[in-house]
Design a protein around this ligand. Structure first.
Ligand code: PHE
Length: 337
């Protein structure tokens, strides 16, 4: 009986089988139990002998079952560990993350540059009044220069601002104690244009304004030169060409010297070697006085630039629509720029 039980126990492959073996031998109706039950029929002399033997057999079987049980438990655990094993040396799966838009980065870079030169950053409304967008900038009704910037009108007096220059007038008005103003203003602007590679009905501008006693054209040139070198490289030069804006006098357009670098070094790019970057000038006396600054005491300069254009030049982007159509393949290229 013992031998048979031990053999079966050893061959058992799972806990269920082991359990049924236990029942078969040691259970209420098990073989060993029936031996013990039959003890009553034995003689006085036989009883202790068989009893002892039966107890030993029971002990042996119980031990064997326990041992086998432990072994099986161990095997189950090992199998589980094997299945759930992870290789902690594997590199993690990268989680795709977003990043700031190229335009946001350029605007922030330019903001930082001007903050470093003592400018504060201000904002103004995109839905603007005719007064601030035009009148306060020396563009009275029927002024022909209003056509320079085809306008989206909302009502007779309300429009989508065509440039960030109204924030010049708004800022000076807000400073009614006539202290000096030194600010830049980034923001969206709108023009009635047919969208193509170089035109967009919506784009961004960064306005700059510095008003104080004794501000001169040379101050403007110095600031712009520093800006151009910081943004495009120390080897760049700027030049100012005469231009016209109703709100500045004199008015200029600033060009930056362009260059192309390849394996053999750098050379000046094709064409004139200059690329137009922004418009600027000395704040028109009418603009100063309408905003409450006495043009005999105060003077100032202003400039306005387009971050899209700057980004296009800096990164060789050919189509302005790329900034707005949000093709992630385009946007991703600049995550580490
Ligand atoms: N507002 C002008 C434009 O939209 C740019 C500009 C700003 C020019 C400030 C002179 C001074 O083109």
């Amino acid at each position: 009986l013992e031998k048979e039980a031990i053999e079966k126990i050893e061959q058992a492959t799972d806990m269920k089988e082991l359990q049924s073996i236990k029942v078969a031998y040691l259970g209420k109706k098990g073989s060993l139990t029936s031996v013990l039950r039959g003890m009553g029929k034995l003689s006085k002399e036989e009883r202790p002998v068989i009893g002892e033997l039966a107890n030993k057999v029971r002990e042996t079987i119980t031990n064997a079952i326990e041992q086998k049980n432990e072994g099986l438990e161990q095997a189950v655990l090992e199998e589980k560990l094997q299945k759930e094993a992870i290789d902690v040396t594997l590199p993690g799966r990268p989680v795709p993350t977003g990043g700031p838009h190229l335009l946001t980065k350029i605007v922030e870079e330019i903001e930082d540059l001007f903050i470093g030169m003592g400018f504060e950053v201000r904002e103004g409304p995109e839905v603007e009044t005719d007064y601030f967008n035009f009148e306060a900038l020396n563009l009275p009704k029927d002024h022909p220069a209003r056509d320079m910037q085809d306008t989206f009108y909302i009502t007779n007096e309300l429009l989508l601002r065509t440039h960030t220059s109204p924030v010049q007038a708004r800022t000076m008005k807000a400073y009614d104690d006539s202290k000096s103003v030194k600010m830049i203003c980034p923001g969206k602007v709108y023009r009635r244009d047919t969208d193509d590679a170089t035109h967009s009905h919506q784009f961004t501008q960064i306005e700059g304004l510095f008003v104080d006693k004794d501000v001169k054209m040379s101050d403007l040139k110095g600031i712009l030169d520093t800006f151009a070198k910081k943004l495009f490289g120390e080897d760049r030069q700027i030049r100012l060409r005469p231009s016209f804006f109703p709100f500045t006098e004199p008015s200029v357009e600033m060009d930056i010297s362009c260059k192309v670098c390849n394996g053999d070094g750098c050379s000046v790019c094709k064409g004139s070697g200059w690329i137009e970057i922004l418009g600027a000038g000395m704040v028109h006396p009418n603009v100063l006085s309408m905003a409450g600054y006495d043009p005999k005491v105060y003077s100032g300069f202003a400039f306005g630039m387009g971050p899209e254009r700057i980004a296009m030049l800096k990164y060789g982007i050919k189509d302005i629509r790329q900034f707005y159509t949000n093709d992630v393949r385009f946007l991703k290229q600049f995550h580490n720029a």
